[in-house]
Every structure is written in C-alpha cells, then in structure tokens.
Design a protein around this ligand. Sequence first.
Ligand SMILES: [Cu+2]
Length: 141
Amino acid sequence: MKIKGLILVAFMGLTAAHCGDQGNNVTASNGSGSSALNHYTAKLDWQSPLAARTPVSAKLTFLASNGLPAQSVSNIKFNPWMPSMGHGTSTADQRITAVSGTSNEFLVTGIFFSMGGDWEIQLTATVDGTTDQAAIAVSVP
Ligand SMILES: [Cu+2]
C-alpha cells in the first residue's frame, strides 16, 4: 500500500536552487484532516515554507475526537500522494520523531515533494488504540 505508485525520484539536481521567488507571497499552508472514522484529527504545521524538490519538515499533532490531545499514538505512516497524477514520492529520508514531553506531537523531517502542485498527506496511525486513516491537503508551490 505504502509503495503503491511510488515513483523513483531522480536525485540529480536535488540541490535545487534558491529560487528566491519572494514575489509569490507563498506561505506554508498548514492544514488538518479528520480520520475516516472521525476517531482523530491530525494537524500539520509546516516548519518552513513549502517547496518542491527540497526537504521540508512539519509538526504533526493528533487530537482525539473530543478535541483533547491524543493519549497515545503509534504506527504512523506519512505518505505524500499526488491525487491528480496518481503518484507518491520518495519517503527514504523521512524521519518521524516524538516531541518529548508530549503524547501526541511528532516532528516529521525529510519530507520530499518531487514536484509542485496539489498533494495530500495520506496518514495512517493508531490513536488511543484504534487504527484509522486521514488525508491532509497540501498545496506545494
Ligand atoms: Cu505529479
């Protein structure tokens, strides 16, 4: 499932230039998504301006259905997917680490969008004992 449609990313040219295109006023598009069973809500806070072909990081926060912080979260799968084109991207450099002192916050580093456009993060996680999926829309400039 996770590697379905995975495309191999050409690593040439990965050190993409500073485009320096400040004129766009592009800000990180933070977002959230509810799980399919409404068992949890996942919120994404991008830690830096979103960009294609450059590793980016996000804080991922899980709330229980009552809006309170989830008490336990495990088995997180974080899969960037581009619905309009039916492909994912490399997740080889992704790392998910728990934010210490919390039960429901994680830092996801090394997220690599292989191209700009409309993506979604397809999440799977076991939250307070129940495994469920959520999707969070992401617009990558
Ligand atoms: Cu695409």
